[in-house]
Design a binder for this molecule. Sequence first.
Ligand SMILES: [Zn+2]
Length: 160
Amino acid sequence: MAGITRDPHLGADLDDVGDDVREWLAAVFRDNGELDARRLDSLVFERRRDLARLTVRALAREAAPEVGALWALEVRTVEPGDDEPAGAVRVGVETILSLDRAGVIAEAAEGVQGYIARERQAIWPACPVHGRGLHPAVRSGAAVWICRDGDHTVAPIIGE
Ligand SMILES: [Zn+2]
């Protein structure tokens, strides 16, 4: 893995990534053997896209009873190419930049939340205790909704 310790295509210092990303990369190398930067970029793209879709599906289902069906909300993608080597994955106005599972889920959740705010003029989800809008965050490696009133963790963004 020495060759990809600093991959300019990923825009990330892979020394700093968490266990989740290290395990994923280990599996990538185990399954693919040697692979070039282009192939790695496309695997990063697919990972972001698939996790973003999972998040959007789960949250749209959860939010629908409160804010209505979110038919028009979709994960928008730009396939990896010369202009954007790792492609682009967007949810609402949020561009997914994380590599770790929890980070991607939290960014996608922020995109869903922003979409609901703009399109439905609604704050979703709200803290069941304080009634304030929750914020997506990564805590102890998990993507969770937190409430800044008392700074308490309310629920995982996606039930495992
Ligand atoms: Zn609260």
